[in-house]
Design a protein around this ligand. Structure first.
Ligand code: ADP
Length: 442
């Protein structure tokens, strides 16, 4: 059957919908032609060879030949119109051959397949025309009762019962099956549309996400440019000025003065290197390329060592008060990243507080790992700024002339993510800040 449909129905250029409609009209035509043969046989049984017996055969001949014509002319509409015309008019003529609706067993019920077929294979406007045609046939039959033959007189009570069963049962089953088939297709279509909608929604979300990311990158770029121009200009000016003086007045300057200026240049270069390293880390972490190699280490001595090292490089000394709950606390951590965290917290505490103000560092063993906090009594941070501290290049409104890039805490957050740790900030403007880091033991 499938091969037959493929051979006689489809053209290479047919769309899925057309193929579907074509195969359906072909199946219906074959089924109705089969019914035509059966009807003709039954009428022959009751009436012998007459007009009523001949009409269903005419139906079969027209429809079957239109199958071939439509195939060879590649115009399936021929089959549709032939089928609709025959299914509407042949039962009407059978009706008029027999007489009243009662005598025929309501054979014009078949005519209703006309508007239904038009609805399925043509369009709503055509379907209305076929419906009007059906009503017209019904009207003519009910009012006028034209009779073309004497076959109606031969209809017995039993024959009428059989005719009723045939003419109501079969067309209504055809209508039901066609509707059910189309409904199934409609539901499938609906499901397809629904999943398409879901895919579209997901794609939209992805687009929205990348647009947001694009926007963020734009802001990042702007902030980066303004940060670089601001933060690099000062050290570059200092380097330029000092090297200029050394070059021009080397004969007049004392050895001590030259050394001081060289030290200044070195420290500015170091600061710029740190800034560049921070920028590189931000770039790398975007591509998720940060290397992380945790080993079991004593975090207490590590923090103390980092602070001692930091203090050695700092010209101005600061009072640092240590508060350690347990002398040795072993946790898995990456030394390089812990150094970043501690250096950032300590340098910020020093940077954002007065020279005479002390800094308190507490290290505590926790049930799930370890926590350490850096407390200072400096400028503090407003609530609005706390919410934004971990955004790249963000700096508090009260930093004034204190230099900085707004990258330290962003890198610190990334280092904490690698360790599955977290940070909490408590601060009050003018009173100081407390940064508390928690790291898990495993
Ligand atoms: P930077 O210090 O280079 O600006 P950070 O990322 O380290 O960048 O810090 C971001 C901002 O957080 C700082 O600009 C500052 O406003 C605020 N901040 C961080 N630590 C402190 C602190 N201890 N006291 C006050 N403000 C701080």
């Amino acid at each position: 059957m499938k091969t037959l449909i493929y051979k006689y129905c489809f053209n290479a250029s047919d769309s899925g919908d057309i193929k579907f409609a074509k195969s359906l009209i072909l199946i219906i035509s074959i089924c109705c032609s089969f019914c035509g043969l059966v009807w003709s046989g039954i009428y022959y049984f009751f009436f012998g060879f007459g007009l009523t017996t001949l009409l269903p055969l005419i139906f079969v001949v027209i429809v079957i030949s239109s199958i071939f014509i439509s195939h060879f002319t590649s115009n399936y509409k021929i089959l549709v119109y032939a089928q609709l015309a025959c299914i509407t008019w042949v039962p009407a003529f059978i009706q008029w051959s027999l007489g009243s609706i009662h005598v025929s067993g309501f054979v014009i019920a078949w005519c209703f397949l006309g508007p239904i077929g038009a609805l399925l294979f043509l369009n709503e406007k055509d379907a209305k025309i076929w419906m009007v045609m059906f009503i017209l046939i019904l009207g003519i039959t009910s009012i006028g009762v034209p009779t073309f033959s004497m076959d109606g007189l031969k209809v017995t009570e039993n024959a009428r019962t059989i005719f009723y069963l045939m003419n109501i049962g079969v067309p209504s089953s055809v209508i039901f099956s066609a509707t059910a088939y189309f409904m199934k297709d409609l539901i499938k279509q609906k499901e397809r549309n629904f999943s398409l909608l879901q895919i579209t929604n997901e794609k939209n979300k992805e687009i929205e996400k990348s647009l947001k990311r694009e926007k963020e990158l734009g802001t990042l770029k702007t902030n980066f440019v303004s940060m670089v121009s601001h933060e690099f200009r000062t050290p570059l000016t200092t380097i330029n000025a000092n090297s200029d003086i050394i070059l021009r007045y080397s004969d007049e300057l004392s050895r001590d003065d030259i050394n001081k200026r060289l030290e200044k240049i070195k420290s500015e270069v170091l600061d710029m290197t740190v800034m560049l390293e921070d920028i590189l880390i931000i770039g790398k972490s975007d591509a998720q390329k940060l290397d992380f190699n945790p080993v079991s280490l004593d975090i207490v001595s590590l923090i103390k060592d980092i602070i001692a090292e930091y203090q050695l490089s700092e010209p101005k000394s600061r009072t640092i008060i240590f508060n350690v709950s347990t002398p040795i606390i072993m946790i898995p951590a990456d030394k390089k990243w812990i150094k970043h965290i501690v250096n950032n917290l300590l340098s910020n505490a020093i940077k954002y507080s007065g020279e005479d103000q002390q800094i308190e560092i507490s290290i505590k063993k926790e049930p799930t790992g370890i926590s350490f906090s850096f407390k200072d009594y400096g400028v503090g941070i407003s609530k609005e700024d706390i919410a934004m501290l971990f955004e790249p290049f963000y700096r508090g409104e009260n930093v004034g002339e204190i230099s900085g890039t707004g990258l330290g805490l962003v890198i610190l957050q990334k280092a904490l993510n690698l360790h599955k740790g977290k940070i909490e900030v408590e601060s009050e403007i003018g009173k100081g800040s407390n940064f508390r880091v928690t790291l898990p033991a495993v």
